[in-house]
Write a protein that binds this ligand. Structure first.
Ligand SMILES: NC(=[NH2+])NCCC[C@H](N)C(=O)O
Length: 424
């Protein structure tokens, strides 16, 4: 059953005024990384903890001024009080981590300690010859990517997608999110649009939130990438069709699929394209507009299930073909040198908390391009001092310190998972 008014879940755009958002403030789990395991843990480098905490808390303080902020560990702790939730989640995590013998010990922990154990990991006990000689360090691996909340679940329309992560080091994160959506009193009851988290055994079925952009009620942008497969997208399209038919929607809907290069800096679509205002998007021009631009396939789906596939010229024209105007603002400005350097550090990855109100890292050339496109720039520190300026009627970018955060591999959009936005 879908609740419409006083709905506690609902995302119908990338820019609607933010009401509720998930964050995870990075903790000890990111300090457990070493140069040896950084790349396996999906990091570009080991990072300096104090600086990422400082950068992230700037993000959180700005978002707290404009929206309810849900800390995922608080929500996890809440649901772990529920025995059924605790049981199911532990079974799933222990199964894929291959250590069911830890069940009774972990089950007995208070919710706060169990939360900590699940996020910062459980070291392998060296109490048998096998474990003594094992190359593993952990029975349950820590979750240093958890502050990239965007990827592990997403709200599309009034329903939730639990992701199937491409990398096993992130599996537990999506299982945690799935459990929160199923059991948390503030969030439960909305029904899953797609539970991809259960597809752990199928490597061809992966889908992550950084690849899904909700442009409007009838249009999704999806990256087909190292992280999101065509098979998962086909399933999502069918799930959307079914949900829309249940909701008695009579309009066709469109999905624009952007086939991304498989490079470290383009793991998700939101690394090359994010929406900053009603008709403006920050883009990595070489892959959106240039000669090396990504292929884009439009899928048009009618309520009777009829699907038409068509390759379009580029993403901006693809958007035009479905009635959406988006003027590109070039990440890094016009110089290919700055474009590459700033995109690598998540310069195209911005987060909108209202139409024309955006959070970005500090990238000089990208910010200058945004200024030329009509945005004023303000630091997070100033925003906290003068919060009324966030309500101004001009387009505004609030900057957070991201030089260390970005080395985890993502930017402001990656760190946020909107749960509720006002309609635009
Ligand atoms: N939506 C995003 N672009 N997320 C970035 C995630 C970065 C993270 N280290 C990973 O590789 O999974």
């Amino acid at each position: 059953m879908i609740r419409q008014s006083n709905s506690q879940i609902g995302v119908h755009s990338e820019i609607g005024k933010l009401r509720k958002v998930f964050l995870h403030s990075p903790g000890h789990e990111v300090e457990l990384m070493t140069p040896r395991n950084a790349s396996e843990l999906l990091y570009n480098d080991i990072i300096y903890f104090k600086n990422i905490v400082a950068g992230h808390s700037q993000l959180k303080s700005v978002l707290s001024l404009v929206s309810t902020v849900l800390e995922v560990s608080d929500c996890l702790e809440d649901v772990l009080e529920n025995e059924e939730a605790r049981n199911k989640l532990l079974d799933k995590i222990l199964e894929f981590q291959g250590c069911p013998e830890l069940k009774s010990e972990l089950f007995a922990l208070p919710a706060s300690e169990l939360t900590r154990a699940l996020v910062t990991g459980v070291p392998l006990k060296r109490n048998t010859l096998e474990s003594l000689l094992s190359p593993k360090t952990y029975s349950i691996v820590p979750l240093p990517n958890m502050y990239f909340m965007r990827d592990t679940s997403m709200v599309v329309g009034n329903r939730v997608i639990a992701s199937r992560m491409a990398s096993s080091v992130r599996f537990a994160e999506s299982l945690i999110m799935r459990t929160i959506y199923e059991y948390h009193p503030e969030l439960k009851g909305y029904g899953l649009l797609l539970d991809a988290s259960k597809e752990i055994k199928d490597p061809h079925f992966t889908i992550e939130g950084g690849d899904i952009l909700v442009i409007n009620e009838d249009l999704l942008l999806v990256g087909i990438s190292e992280r999101t497969t065509p098979k998962a997208l086909d399933t999502l399209v069918d799930a959307l069709l079914k949900a829309r038919n249940e909701e008695k929607k009579t309009e066709p809907f469109n999905v624009l699929c952007v086939i991304l290069p498989r490079e470290r800096s383009t793991i998700h679509l939101d690394m090359i394209f994010t929406v900053a205002n009603k008709e403006q998007a920050v883009v990595y021009s070489p892959y959106v507009l240039g000669r090396e631009r990504a292929r884009v396939v439009r899928i048009r789906v009618k309520p009777d299930g009829d699907k038409k596939f068509k390759e379009v010229e580029d993403l901006i024209l693809g958007l035009r073909s479905v009635g959406v105007r988006m003027d590109p603002i070039p990440c890094g400005g016009d110089d290919p040198l700055h474009q590459q350097r700033e995109q690598w550090n998540s310069g195209a990855n911005l987060f909108s908390f209202a139409p024309g109100k955006v959070i970005s890292y500090i990238h000089e050339h990208t910010l200058r391009a945004c200024e030329s496109a009509g945005f004023k720039i303000m630091s997070a520190k100033d925003a906290v001092k003068h919060p009324t300026l966030l309500q101004s009627n001009y387009p505004l970018i609030v900057t957070v310190e991201g030089s260390e955060l970005s080395r985890g591999g993502g930017g402001p959009r990656c760190m946020t998972c909107p749960v509720l936005r006002d309609p635009v």
